[in-house]
Design a binder for this molecule. Structure first.
Ligand code: SAM
Length: 159
């Protein structure tokens, strides 16, 4: 049972079976200074505190080439979110908004995304600014800000 089970006024939840139709693989953990949800910013900022993305060891070779990017996209699993709300009352003021019209962490599949500033890479750890998630949030994926092999991109470095 997620910790935030109370509904706010006007919110509506679905009675869903336990999710079991897709399997995601966590590839690391995100370390942030935010220990409680209320400590997290609503969205990260490029001048936010340094956070550390700690990749599981087998995935470290997958970082090759990422150091060339000033900004990277991080995908993470908002693991403490409930997943059954269709309508939400985000400001607790009676204004009701559909879940898919929000960037709320409460969603059917609680995937968070953030475009963050890549400060440096230290082995398996990426030091970034611009995250908004709890300390210990599972890491799903990392992508460069744009495709390195698109039109106009520099040739790849030789092996
Ligand atoms: N930047 C992401 C996005 O737009 O997809 C997430 C935005 S969401 C509004 C960020 C909020 O989610 C934080 O302010 C915090 O309240 C909550 N949150 C952060 N980490 C979480 C976690 N691991 N589980 C559940 N909620 C979390």
């Amino acid at each position: 049972m997620p910790p935030d089970t109370d509904l706010r006024a006007h919110e509506r939840a679905l009675d869903l079976p336990a999710p079991c139709d897709a399997a995601l693989r966590f590839i690391g953990r995100i370390r942030t200074p935010f220990e409680r949800r209320e400590d997290c910013p609503r969205q990260g900022r490029p001048d936010g505190p340094e956070c550390r993305i700690v990749l599981d060891e087998p995935w470290v070779p997958a970082l090759r080439g990422l150091e060339a990017f000033a900004r990277i996209e991080v995908l993470y699993w908002l693991h403490e979110s409930r997943r059954d709300l269709v309508l939400q009352n985000p400001r607790r003021d009676g204004r009701v908004v559909g879940t898919l019209a929000l960037r709320s962490p409460v969603r059917p599949n609680p995937i968070g995304t953030a475009l963050v500033v890549l400060e440096r890479i230290e082995g398996a750890t990426l030091v970034v600014r611009g995250l908004d998630c709890l300390d210990g949030t599972p890491l799903l994926d990392i992508k460069p800000e744009h495709c390195p092999f698109g039109p106009g991109a520099a040739p790849a470095a030789p092996e």
